[in-house]
Design a protein around this ligand. Structure first.
Ligand code: KMH
Ligand code: ZN
Length: 310
């Protein structure tokens, strides 16, 4: 499935799962996010998946104004594919979540394929001290919070971005989400090739067992045949094992501090680029090569960096 032996590495540099007290290396300011994205691209990531944070508190911030400064810098300094989150954070309303993608019309935006529990609270077991007031309630609140992505929410994102030529990183946290994608494909609301990002190891979604990875791929193969491009991400300590498993099966991979703060057991990653370098070594060890941004654009049928709104 790796097209011409090329594997697309996506790097998700900060996200909305981890909080600043968990790692001093988590990018927070626009400058840190831009540097992290550019460093990841230089290390071999063809795609950077981006969230924004409040520079003072590190709280997820989905205002277009928070995205603009790093989008402009990344565009000046790198030809990587920019992918803007529409997931934002589970605390946000759908109208707020779609605004950066609607405003900046990126080549790729994320699209989450189902409502689910999204358990961040187990991280409270190792994180006892917090720098900012919002962090503990944010993690604690995930016990009863739903990451809401109803059919209407998905339709709302698709229709809001419909005229922009943006394609989607379709986040599937369970087998059922593949069937939801199939439903939207049948209705003609998403067009192939589908960039399916299968997510393993989030508490509330499918687990990280090799059988889970296999079943995700088998089901996607059956539903979409050659009409999709498969990518995986493993949360936390599952990041590299899942990437290795999927790369060996011809899949594409996602790494980055959004998904895991670690580079080894008990060892924090100091940069996103470190994780990209590590996964690139795995890919090259298997006899594949990291796709360049231009190769990724061809594989995913993207509109091109000259057609974005930033
Ligand atoms: N945080 C990841 C598990 C999004 O931004 O739309 C999935 C994600 C969601 O990246
Ligand atoms: Zn994300």
């Amino acid at each position: 499935m790796a097209v011409n032996g090329k594997v697309i590495i996506t790097c998700a540099v900060t996200g909305a799962i981890h909080t600043p007290s968990m790692s001093p290396y988590l990018p927070v300011t626009a400058e840190e996010i831009a540097d992290a994205a550019i460093g990841a691209a230089e290390a071999g990531a063809a795609v950077v998946h981006l969230h924004a944070r409040n520079p003072a508190t590190g709280q997820p911030d989905q205002s277009p104004e928070a995205f603009r400064p790093f989008l402009e810098v990344i565009k000046q300094r790198s030809d990587c594919v920019v992918n803007i989150t529409t997931g934002g954070a589970p605390t946000m309303a759908i109208e707020e979540r779609v605004r950066p993608a609607a405003t900046f019309k990126p080549e790729v935006a994320s699209l989450n394929m189902g409502s689910m529990n999204f358990g961040l609270y187990p991280m409270l077991q190792r994180q006892k001290e917090f720098k900012h007031d919002w962090e503990r309630p944010y993690l604690e609140g995930s016990r009863e919070r739903i990451f809401k992505n109803t059919f209407a929410d998905i339709e709302y994102i698709l229709s809001t971005c419909a005229e922009n030529g943006t394609r989607f990183e379709i986040e599937c946290y369970d087998i059922g989400h593949l069937y939801t994608l199939s439903h939207f494909a049948d209705r003609g609301l998403v067009k192939p090739p589908f960039f399916v990002q299968s997510v393993f190891g989030i508490l509330g979604g499918i687990g990280p067992h090799p059988e889970d990875v296999m079943q995700m791929k088998r089901t996607a193969d059956r539903l979409f045949g050659d009409q999709y491009r498969w990518s995986v991400l493993g949360a936390g300590r599952n990041q590299m094992p899942i990437a290795a498993m999927a790369a060996a099966m011809g899949g594409n991979v996602r790494v980055g501090l959004e998904d895991s703060l670690w580079i080894g057991k008990g060892q924090l990653a100091q940069t996103n680029a470190e994780q990209v370098t590590k996964v690139r070594q795995i890919i090259e060890g298997l006899g594949y090569a990291a796709a360049t941004p231009e190769e990724a654009r061809a594989i995913l049928d993207l509109k091109g960096a000259d057609k974005v709104g930033f």
